[in-house]
Design a binder for this molecule. Structure first.
Ligand SMILES: [Zn+2]
Length: 262
């Protein structure tokens, strides 16, 4: 096929570790049913996910028509998560796309193998990030602002989404800012949303197949204006409250090393 592939995939582009059964059974929480959330639902379906709970409190506005992949004129006024999940289930004959109309903090059971965040609301992202850390559920945090996209996979160890937000807020690096600020955001560019959704669903696939070791490290930025991708490395922010257990373990480890017992 003329494309050298160092990742060990076979000729169909299917990784050797892909386990369709595990992927189909994996319970996914998809937070946000805007244009990025809908593209992510489609990308997850395309990769074999069949159990996806879509959560969003918003309704479909007339302005949304033409920007949302899964809704049409007749859905104006309906709840985003409900119409998206229903239309998804109807078009794919897959009943596993379900919905919750409301805020993600209303959810009672957090019985998921993976969470994908597709909401532009920073407070919601921080809440989901905290819950994911608390319950040890891998979390793929995504955002799109205009033609710029961002993806960070948060695992049980290592930096979380809040660490990233803290760093970029204080360091003022030149690529990320509007993702973490309350300023009005630009409308999500549909092509950028597709790319970010595709990347996020690949991360979810690795997690569902037990290959967290293959997940992207750091924060990935995609620029839809020139198609460039860059990854910025990230460490745990010592001020971040989501790493109490890790800090304690680290202290214990250094104490043990100090006494020569490790
Ligand atoms: Zn953190």
């Amino acid at each position: 096929m003329g494309v050298e592939d160092p990742s060990g995939q076979d000729g169909d582009g299917i990784p050797s570790w892909y386990d369709g059964n595990r992927v189909a059974k994996a319970r996914v929480l998809l937070v946000g049913a805007g244009s990025l959330g809908e593209e992510t639902a489609l990308a997850l379906y395309g990769r074999g996910f069949r159990r996806v709970l879509m959560v969003d409190p918003g309704t479909v506005g007339r302005d949304d028509i033409g920007h949302l992949a899964l809704v049409g004129e007749e859905d104006v006024g309906g709840f985003r998560s409900e119409v998206s999940a229903k239309n998804m289930a109807a078009s794919t004959s897959c009943p596993g796309f379900t919905y919750h109309v409301g805020r993600v903090r209303e959810l009672e059971g957090w019985n998921f193998e993976v969470i994908v965040g597709c909401t532009g609301d920073t407070r919601t992202r921080l809440f989901v990030n905290g819950r994911a850390r608390l319950y040890h559920i891998p979390y793929v945090d995504t955002a799109v602002d205009g033609k710029r996209g961002k993806i960070q996979t948060v695992l049980a160890a290592g930096p979380c989404a809040e660490c990233g937000m803290n760093r970029f807020r204080t360091r003022g690096l030149n690529a990320r800012p509007s993702f973490e600020q309350p300023a009005p955001r630009r409308r999500v560019d549909p092509q950028t949303a597709k790319v970010v959704a595709s990347m996020a669903s690949e991360e979810a696939l690795r997690i569902a197949c037990g290959r967290q070791d293959l997940c992207t490290k750091g924060v990935v930025y995609y620029d839809g204006a020139d198609g460039s991708v860059r990854t910025i490395s990230l460490n745990v922010d010592p001020r971040c409250s989501n790493h109490e257990g890790e800090r304690w373990k680290q202290t214990l480890k250094s104490l043990m090393q100090g006494t020569g017992r490790l």
